[in-house]
Design a protein around this ligand. Structure first.
Ligand code: NOJ
Length: 617
């Protein structure tokens, strides 16, 4: 009886506190895998560091700069392709999947990079490009020449000349705005390519599964060398409808030569592409099981709708897919004019559509080698706020090289200097609408003449003139720099359990100008991030964010981190959370302490004890 009464009283005391939802259940916290909550740093190898003064970055250069990644505190890095390639599309046209491109060094250099990274506890993720290879790959040469066994490695169709014009198999347009079919005289047929004509699409509908096996073998090869995972390129382009039906323009009258003027339903997001990823995942998991039980991760690249995106995660606990299906919401759906509600929508949609099985983790991508840089997209005032937001949301954060020092697009690259095939396939008057070169310029290490990328060389793309002002050396040791902000954010993620495991609730406050979210976890103070999207300062009531039954326990807000333009600084404390003023474009993270909550809990326990003593003993 006594025990029952005490238990009942204690239960009532505990139930009086607010309920919190954890992203990862408390009892599973010991099992959090190395990649979950990780921060991954994308290196574009051609532009990171040139060790031999030939104007192109290389693997030894990357190795020499691993300490920079360590200083930043990231979990690992994913390298854009470093494989043998004629470099028509920056290495996304692979001639040999298991050989390092000689402009970057050798396989031995790469193995040395793996070893050095391991010493620093940094994981290495390689780019994996299964959809297409180079037209100089031996497979394509064999297929074009009908070498037995290789005939169907690619998709070939008749395309006879009729009335002086080649009749293509259908009207499909490639991503870079050319027809999706090109003629090869060796075979007197046309082959399909979703990107440039130098990147023929591999045919994964082969009945004997040969091409799929080739690709799984590539994964095994690199895992044997020590990689920790793969970023899979253009994954939603892997299959085309076998009916070859013509695409229909989104609206009549649109230019039929532009990829974006179709919904491309017959060439993108086909069910079979997901199935490929599920098999790749199975392959990686089997490998991991047999090799030290260390997870090899899959990151996947697909620009798609949210319901499509989240299917990359897998179907259920036994049919899993990508660990990190890149979430491009902040790149594709948000602009410098977006409002707080747009940010909330991006976050809520991703979180709301994530599968419920245990391996799902959210992720937030702010930049990559295909899209304008974060700072150029959002402006000097706002980019740091976005970094703060992405690093305090649940799950994995991705950084594009140079983002951590606030590098900007170099828009002064001339037509003659242009390298990107997407731009080269246009013309000198419109190439700037297509070029991705401005976001791929050499990393800015210091203010020496070539930004420290090389000592004396002709860089493959011009160094951005901003290097004198924006560079690693200048920001190192400067606590008011973007670099310090990133370092502090990553350190904070590691320090606070609530950022690693906590639940999330989002809200728009301050008349629609502030995007706010709270991270909560049992027995920890909450963390609240505020992102002011207006240029004007805003006075906010943090209590608006909390459940009515929880609000009385939140009494004190202390700034943990803020963007450099903010006047609020780490350690500033507010004892009245109902009225906190943040500056225009501020991004601020508060710890909202539960001093009262502890006091209330103590009060409940004392009361419970008193009841127990009075009535039971
Ligand atoms: C996506 C890559 O990110 C992009 O740079 C490349 O051009 C295409 N895939 C084709 O591989």
């Amino acid at each position: 009886m006594k025990t029952l009464t005490i238990s009942l009283v204690l239960f009532l005391a505990l139930a009086a506190q607010a309920t919190v939802v954890d992203i990862i259940k408390t009892d599973e916290r010991d099992n959090v895998d190395w990649w979950e909550n990780g921060v991954f740093y994308q290196i574009y190898p051609r532009s990171f560091k040139d060790s031999n003064n030939d104007g192109t970055g290389d693997i030894k250069g990357i190795t020499s700069k691993l300490q920079h990644l360590k200083d930043l505190g990231v979990t690992g890095t994913w390298l854009s392709p470093i494989f043998d390639s004629p470099m028509v599309d920056g290495g996304y046209d692979i001639r040999n999947y298991t050989k390092v491109n000689s402009i970057y060094g050798s396989n031995d250099d790469l193995v040395e990079l793996f070893a050095e990274a391991k010493k620093l506890d940094l994981k290495i993720i390689l780019d994996f490009v299964p959809n297409h290879c180079s037209n100089q790959h031996q497979w394509f040469i064999n297929s074009a020449n009908r070498v037995p066994g290789y005939e169907d490695y690619f998709t070939w169709r008749a395309c006879p000349v009729e009335n002086g014009k080649r009749r293509l198999p259908n009207n499909w347009i490639a991503v870079f705005n050319t027809p999706m079919w090109s003629y090869d005289p060796r075979r007197d047929e046309c082959y399909l390519h979703q990107f440039t004509k130098e990147q023929p699409d591999i045919n994964f509908r082969m009945e004997n599964g040969k091409t799929k096996q080739e690709m799984l073998d590539v994964l095994t090869f690199w895992m044997d060398q020590g990689v920790n995972g793969f970023r899979v390129d253009a994954i939603n382009h892997m299959f085309e409808s076998p009916a070859y039906t013509n695409q229909v323009l989104l609206e009549e009258g649109l230019d039929p030569n532009l990829y974006g003027n179709y919904d491309n339903r017959y060439t993108r997001d086909l069910r079979e592409s997901y199935e490929f990823i599920y098999s790749a995942r199975e392959h990686l998991d089997k490998y991991a099981k047999a090799n030290g039980n260390v997870t090899r991760v899959l990151m996947t690249e697909a620009y798609a709708t949210i319901p499509q995106q989240t299917q990359w995660y897998g179907v259920n606990d036994t049919l899993r897919g990508s660990h990190i299906p890149f979430n491009f919401g902040f790149i594709a759906d948000i602009t410098a004019n977006s409002k707080a509600e747009d940010f909330k929508k991006v976050v809520d949609e991703w979180m709301g559509n994530m599968p419920s099985f245990t391996m799902g983790q959210a992720n937030w991508v702010l930049g990559n080698h295909d899209r304008s840089r974060l700072r150029s997209r959002y402006g000097d005032d706002r980019y740091e706020g976005l970094a703060i937001m992405s690093m305090t949301l649940p799950g994995v954060a991705i950084i594009y090289y140079g983002e951590e020092i606030g590098m900007v697009d170099n828009n002064d690259i001339t037509w003659e200097e242009t390298e990107d095939p997407q731009a080269c396939q246009s013309n000198s008057s419109v190439y700037k609408d297509f070029t991705r070169d401005p976001v791929r310029t050499p990393m800015q290490w210091d203010d020496s003449p070539l930004g420290g990328f090389c000592e004396s060389c002709k860089t493959w793309l011009p160094v951005s003139p901003s290097f004198t002002d924006i560079n690693v050396k200048k920001q190192t040791g400067d606590e008011t720099s973007t670099f310090a902000l990133y370092k502090n954010l990553i350190a904070l993620r590691k320090e606070k359990d609530v950022l690693k495991f906590g639940g999330l609730s989002t809200k728009v406050i301050a008349d629609g100008d502030v995007f706010a979210f709270e991270r909560t976890i049992k027995d920890n103070p909450s963390i609240v991030t505020l992102l002011n999207l207006s240029k004007d300062s805003k006075t906010v009531n943090l209590a608006d964010l909390f459940n009515a039954d929880d609000v009385s326990s939140k009494t004190k807000a202390t700034v943990l981190i803020s963007n450099n333009r903010s006047e609020l600084k780490k350690g500033n404390t507010f004892s009245n959370i109902n009225s906190i003023t943040i500056g225009g474009y501020d991004g601020v993270v508060f710890e909202v302490s539960s001093a009262m909550r502890i006091a209330t809990s103590a009060l409940y326990l004392v009361a419970a004890f008193w009841v127990a003593v009075k009535f039971v003993f």
